[in-house]
Design a protein around this ligand. Structure first.
Ligand code: GLN
Length: 309
């Protein structure tokens, strides 16, 4: 009896703040890089609070069932399981997306791709006379969680989107995200190898956007365990130089794009010159590249025809 009283007193004293401090120290000792942030995200999500709410609830004690569930989350994070797989969701371009270990976790770098795709789309749509207005046709190649397809559908009311992936289980996640945001009526999901499912749609698409696997083999050793031990190899491994799928996509996309169409590719920073070469070889008029917030080349934009000439 005495023991029970003592243990409940102990658990009562685990307040939000004490738990965040303890977890931060513990995860740091295990080698987790952003331990404080992770501790806060895992706890806020468990308690159904925002991170700001946590600060307003520092003295809130956790009940034993919450404490047990949190302990399990911390145990998973301590062996480098990504936070988003533990909570089951991730914010991307201000939308909340479900993620499972079958899909790559959407990254801030990919928001750059979405931003540039939206700029191109908006420019094209303002240049086009209303009378010529057809649906703006967009492909998200290798959709994974559906991040690109869903954010583009959300911000481009005129767009019809095709979301392709070779993985059935990834497509199920993407479909459920589209339903969640009520965008499934404008997104066609198709399973297949790269652009094969659309190979007869010559001259049809305004934009083809792709975050394909592009990591070169030599880079795997240096990757964080969170990525290389937990995220799907199918979504990361681009072959020896990382360009196996990207090069095929450059070749396949050329005939499918309209004359003013563009192919947007997320890339590994060292691939720029080889992507330029492939772009030239397959008759694209212009290849532009953009850097991510870390200053690395992360996006290649291949315009089908040279807009300047
Ligand atoms: N940006 C991812 C990483 O570096 C790779 C994503 C990809 O291969 N498409 O972890």
């Amino acid at each position: 009896m005495k023991k029970q009283v003592q243990s409940s007193q102990r658990s009562e004293s685990w307040t939000v703040l004490r738990l965040i401090r303890w977890t931060t120290k513990y995860l740091t000792e295990k080698g987790v890089k952003k331990a404080r942030l992770d501790a806060e995200v895992l706890l806020a999500d468990l308690l159904g609070l925002t991170r700001v709410d946590l600060y307003l609830n520092y003295d809130r004690p956790l009940i034993p069932s919450e404490l047990a569930a949190f302990k399990e989350r911390v145990r998973r994070r301590a062996v480098f399981e990504p936070v988003a797989y533990i909570t089951g969701h991730k914010e991307f371009y201000s939308l909340d997306l479900k993620v499972t270990p079958e899909v790559l976790i959407p990254r801030p770098e990919t928001e750059l791709l979405v931003e540039e795709a939206l700029k191109i789309a908006q420019k094209r749509l303002t240049e086009t006379e209303d009378s010529e207005m057809e649906p703006f046709r967009v492909v998200d190649l290798g959709t994974g969680s559906g991040a690109i397809a869903i954010t583009l559908a959300c911000h481009l009311q005129q767009a019809v989107i095709w979301a392709l992936d070779i993985s059935k289980s990834a497509l199920n996640v993407a479909r459920s995200n589209a339903e969640q945001h009520d965008l499934n009526a404008r997104i066609n999901f198709m399973q297949g190898d790269l652009l094969d499912p659309l190979k007869d749609q010559i001259d049809c698409f305004d934009l083809i956007a792709a975050n394909l696997p592009y990591v070169p083999w030599s880079a795997f050793d240096g990757m964080d365990p969170d990525v290389k031990d937990f995220e799907p190899r199918l979504a990361l491994d681009g072959g020896e130089d990382g360009l196996d799928l990207i090069k095929k996509a450059i070749a396949q996309a050329a005939p499918l794009l309209k004359s003013k169409g563009a192919l947007l590719l997320e890339i590994w920073p060292t691939q720029v010159s080889r992507i330029r070469e492939a772009g030239e070889a397959f008759g694209y008029g212009q290849v532009n590249v953009c850097k991510d917030l870390a200053g690395h080349y992360r996006l290649a934009i291949l315009m089908k025809n040279n807009p300047g000439g």
